[in-house]
Design a protein around this ligand. Structure first.
Ligand SMILES: [Zn+2]
Length: 206
């Protein structure tokens, strides 16, 4: 997921005080270019991870450095062209807490109706460079899955971080946030993208 829109960011408190999760060792990964809307890998469900091996660890390393290079707050594996179910994040919530980590084979928990409070805020995506659109999503989300060693984990979040968890799980199911917009808003997002130049390397579409 992309950072919040510039004028939104200006309202955000300066530096989050608390960090939940473990900061990655960014000396290990290789920055890879980002796939953009239209690339088939973004528009089909990713495959479950079955091998918790060195290749998976190295994929996660690459995903963290690629996310940081593109100044994103979340990144799914298919955004660097790999169709497997993994995402990474380094994302603030609305209380100033910074959440850092990764999850393999994430499944979004169903919310019961009483917890379903919708928050309509701007959303952006590294795979739709330069575009933002308001999108209503539940302001709480929890995902269960595994870590890189195969250990069961659960991640939950509120506000902007809840948005991130839902956005990244959508990616692994083959959906972009623009697929959740009205026809008109989707068209507007694609127009914003066409009129901007990405600040990071992207994979050209054929
Ligand atoms: Zn995205």
């Amino acid at each position: 997921m992309a950072e919040q829109h510039e004028h939104e960011t200006a309202e955000t408190p300066a530096e989050p005080v608390k960090v939940v999760g473990e900061e990655p060792d960014t000396t290990r990964g290789t920055v890879r270019p980002i796939t953009v809307v239209g690339n088939p890998v973004l528009h089909r469900p990713c495959e479950a991870v079955t091998a918790f091996d060195a290749d998976l660890a190295s994929l996660i390393d690459d995903m963290f450095v690629s996310m940081y290079a593109a100044e994103g707050v979340g990144l799914a594996a298919n955004q660097i062209g790999v169709g497997t179910r993994v995402f990474v994040y380094d994302c603030p919530d609305d209380e100033g807490v910074r959440h850092v980590g990764h999850i393999v084979n994430p499944v979004l928990e169903e919310l019961d109706a009483s917890r379903r409070l919708l928050d309509e805020s701007p959303e952006g995506c590294l795979s739709v460079p330069g575009a933002y659109a308001d999108l209503a999503r539940p302001d709480y989300a929890a995902v269960t899955g595994q870590d890189r060693d195969g250990k069961e984990i659960r991640i939950e979040g509120t506000g902007f971080f809840a948005r991130c968890l839902q956005h990244e799980t959508d990616h692994l199911n083959g959906y972009l946030y623009i697929d959740r917009l009205s026809k008109r808003d989707r068209k507007d997002a694609l127009r914003q993208m066409a009129e901007s130049t990405p600040r990071y390397a992207t994979v050209p579409n054929d």
